[in-house]
Design a protein around this ligand. Structure first.
Ligand SMILES: [Zn+2]
Length: 134
């Protein structure tokens, strides 16, 4: 190491510079802290995808009066299918943004709720479509 004042070459064990007498201070190297990415702020599709997927899921499973239900009401089937398709579109966008963020920041982005929206929306679209066709 070198003296921080005069630049003289010093022993690693030296506590004072032999040339100028200044005290040797070892500055610890600071560990770089990885910056955390606030994904929710940057992923504008996540919240709408989760919200629409949840509405579709509720319409699928909620204990509605029999005459409103998915098995009996044509408009309920249409609503579930359309909400499922919209949520599927939004969740694919949100999933793509998460993947780009992971590439950019080289850290895993919490995918939990986006993945939930992805699966629920596809299931709802599928259930809605099948119930319309049957
Ligand atoms: Zn010195």
């Amino acid at each position: 190491m070198y003296c921080r004042k005069c630049g003289a070459l010093l022993n690693n064990s030296a506590t004072f510079c032999h040339k100028c007498g200044v005290e040797v201070v070892v500055v610890p190297v600071e560990k770089k802290v990885k910056e955390k990415v606030n994904v929710n702020v940057k992923n504008d599709y996540a919240i709408p995808a989760i919200a629409v997927a949840t509405i579709a899921l509720v319409l699928c499973v909620a204990p509605w009066p029999r005459e409103w239900g998915i098995g009996t009401s044509f408009w309920m089937k249409i609503a579930i299918f359309l909400l499922g398709v919209i949520a599927a579109f939004l969740s694919r966008k949100a999933d793509g943004i998460n993947k780009n963020l992971e590439k950019k920041y080289k850290q895993s982005v919490k995918p939990g709720l986006v993945k939930y929206a992805f699966y629920v929306s596809h299931a709802a679209a599928f259930i809605g479509l099948v119930s319309i066709v049957i």
